[in-house]
Design a protein around this ligand. Structure first.
Ligand code: GTA
Length: 150
């Protein structure tokens, strides 16, 4: 709670558990990074589609698709790296919430891509959130992994 008051302009609700630095280093990286995280993607959305949407706010340096660590297929997220911070800011401002393949996508500031971050961290290989979901989501493999195992 104290941190919320100390830091009312918190850029992201997400804190990467695997970031090895301090909270201040994490906050600094979030403020200066040119990379955004894109969540709630359909497993069927392609890198070309993402390129088309995200180049609306600026020239893209690189797209890194999030992959299931077992199947090596897209698992519903990606990172988009721009050349400038302004373009990353604009993508969070203007692209987050827009519809891609019938779903509202979420664009979040990110501390920066590092090798390994492209893999889903869930036990089943995909994203953690897809382990625990109890809804049926055809764009993301149907029911959550734990429900499927029941
Ligand atoms: N910048 O919001 C994000 C974000 N997310 C969700 C993932 N990444 C993100 N980056 C930014 N913003 O590189 C990045 C990760 C990693 C890659 C894949 O995407 O840094 P992941 O989604 O598989 O695993 O990451 P992650 O992020 O370590 O999962 P986390 O934080 O435990 O949980 C994500 C969500 O899953 C939670 O918000 C919650 O909705 C759900 N969840 C987690 N645990 C439970 C549980 N026990 N019960 C129910 N729901 C749960």
């Amino acid at each position: 709670m104290a941190r919320l008051f100390k830091n009312p302009d918190k850029l992201s609700a997400y804190r990467d558990r695997r970031f090895s630095g301090t909270q201040d280093e994490f906050d600094h990286a979030l403020r200066t990074s040119v990379t955004v995280y894109v969540g709630n993607l359909s497993f069927y959305t392609t890198e070309e589609q993402i390129y088309e949407v995200f180049s609306r706010t600026g020239e893209i340096k690189k797209i890194i698709m999030g992959l299931d660590k077992n199947t090596k297929t897209p698992c519903g997220f990606c990172f988009v790296k721009y050349y400038t911070r302004d373009d990353a800011d604009d993508s969070v401002k203007y692209i987050s919430g827009t519809i891609l393949d019938d779903r509202p996508i979420r664009v979040d500031f990110d501390w920066g891509f590092q090798e390994g971050r492209q893999w889903g961290r869930g036990r089943s290989g995909g994203q953690v959130r897809d382990e625990y979901r109890t809804d049926y989501d055809p764009g993301r493999g149907g029911y959550g992994k734990l429900v499927q195992k029941e």
